[in-house]
Design a protein around this ligand. Structure first.
Ligand code: SF4
Ligand code: SF4
Length: 487
């Protein structure tokens, strides 16, 4: 069953919808500094993910002569993608399709196990927003200080701090765009070209666009991106179920909530009082301004910072931690009924996702292991399908593409089988030592040749043909199939 989600800013029932604005006015959120396990986890993930993003283009990988030495490179000029020992050619674009399917399945799996864990810890919008918020806090102070300064007179110090904050944001945004283009060319060379203003104008344009989007999304729009632009919260809400872990408030423990003073006096009188002292620390630290005590919310990115904030409060007032914590909807109901919690990570949904990940991952691995350094493709001439020659024989024409993924030149002999005594002519080929037609393909290159196949034999309308690229030692390097057409 899909979890119920409280969508803030929704249209109130009973009010004429035509009178409602399309969007709720954005309110500025001043997240408070917090310490604790989830904050440390987020810092660690932030450092690792940003470290990988900014430094990966500089990692070298030796592929031999004539090959780029950048570990991860999108070589647009030669239409190839390098990822450490893997080299993907344009005709192997199915690997990207497989990767996209794997990424989607991994997202579904994360969602089935721990809700919006992607949003809270790994999404680039979250990571960069977190970094920009840290800069803001470092320059302008913590929540109270920032509110006080923004509401107070905008003096010289206020202007100085705002200018400094935005300047640092722009430098981070610029470096984010700069790092992105380094994935498309040799990074050290491109850095020099960028610095000496000799790089391709496209590189400067890409950096400018990414600088702008990073600055706007992480500095200004922040949670608005999650609330209004990103489709994942809506998809996630439809995909999740009652057994997925999400950040939850324990109503059974927290309610009825009272101030600390009142709850202490109620307890002294032997009366019930919840553990929540309504201090609103969980709301103050929330980067999206959500009050998790109101229930599941589209704005909650499941970052866990409210858990840290509430745990600190519980520790101070001598109550057990995890009044807010990762739990399932099933357990929230079980807690309320006095039952022990149950956790069902292994269930049909997670087994299905795991099976699909194994299937797609396994198929990709097999394709990767079994891929050949050489390939060929054959395209039959569409018009005319066949030609009757003056000597009465029939001729079909084909375009044969040879692919050599090795870093040295290769010579192939083309063998066409399927029709006995067929005459095969390769237009523009050279003759090898054996007298056979040889096609030479340069290192890391493809080469197309026109092949004419003719026969005197009477044939059916369509006869299968096999084209084989035979290597210098007589071994089969690649093969492809097509048909010989007759009237
Ligand atoms: S931080 Fe904890 S105690 Fe304070 S309001 Fe939030 S849930 Fe209640
Ligand atoms: S409610 Fe808690 S988990 Fe959700 S976004 Fe806010 S701080 Fe993060």
């Amino acid at each position: 069953m899909a979890a119920t989600v409280n969508i803030r800013h929704s249209v109130s029932i009973g009010v004429d919808a035509d009178d409602q604005p399309l969007y709720a006015p954005a309110r500025k959120i001043y997240p408070q500094k917090v310490t604790g396990f989830y904050r440390r986890l987020k810092w660690t993930i932030l450092a690792v993910t940003l470290g990988i993003y900014y430094l990966l283009p500089f990692v070298r990988w030796n592929r031999g002569p004539n090959e780029p030495s950048q570990a991860v490179l999108v070589d647009l000029a030669h239409r190839k993608f390098y990822f450490f020992f893997i080299e993907i050619w344009p005709q192997e674009v199915y690997f990207f399709t497989g990767l996209l399917i794997l990424a989607a399945l991994a997202l579904f799996m994360m969602n089935a196990v721990a809700g919006r864990v992607w949003c809270g810890y790994l999404c680039p919008q979250t990571v960069w927003t977190d970094l920009f918020m840290a800069v803001e806090r470092f320059v302008q102070g913590d929540r109270r200080e920032r509110i006080h300064k923004d509401e107070g007179p905008h003096n010289l110090q206020w202007v100085r701090e705002k200018v400094l904050t935005h300047a640092i944001w722009l430098v981070i945004a610029w470096w984010t765009g700069g790092a992105w283009v380094l994935y498309f060319a040799d990074a050290p060379t491109l850095v020099v070209q960028l610095a000496t203003l000799t790089a391709d104008p496209v590189a400067y344009a890409a950096i400018a666009v990414l600088t702008f989007t990073t600055y706007v999304f992480a500095g200004h729009m922040r949670e608005q991106v999650c609330l209004y632009m990103c489709p994942w919260p809506r998809i996630q809400a439809a995909l999740t179920d009652e057994s997925a872990l999400n950040v939850m408030y324990r109503y059974d423990r927290g309610e009825p909530r009272h101030s600390l003073k009142k709850s202490m006096s109620l307890r002294a009188l032997g009366q019930a009082s919840g553990d929540c002292i309504d201090c609103a620390q969980c709301v103050a630290v929330c980067p999206t301004g959500v009050d998790i005590r109101e229930g599941a919310n589209l704005g909650c990115i499941q970052c866990g910072l409210c858990i840290d904030a509430c745990d600190a409060v519980m520790s101070k007032i001598g109550r057990p931690p995890r009044l807010i914590g990762y739990d399932t909807e099933v357990n929230v109901k079980r807690h309320a009924s006095g039952l022990a919690p149950i956790y069902r990570i292994v269930r049909p949904r997670t087994l299905l996702y795991a099976g699909m990940i194994a299937l797609v991952g396994g198929a990709m691995l097999l394709a990767l292991i079994g891929r050949n350094a050489y390939a060929m493709a054959v395209i039959h001439d569409r018009n005319p399908l066949y030609v009757r020659l003056a000597d009465g024989s029939l001729r079909n024409a084909f375009t044969v593409r040879f692919v050599n993924k090795k870093s040295d030149s290769r010579q192939f002999k083309l063998v066409v089988s399927g029709i006995e005594n067929a005459k095969v002519q390769i237009v523009g080929s050279q003759q090898g030592a054996s007298g056979a037609d040889i096609v030479e393909v340069g290192p890391d290159q493809t080469r197309e040749v026109r092949v004419l196949v003719s026969t005197q034999q009477p044939l059916a309308q369509s006869t299968p043909l096999k084209f084989t690229a035979v290597g210098e030692e007589g071994q089969t390097e690649a093969a492809a199939k097509d048909f010989f057409h007759a009237p």
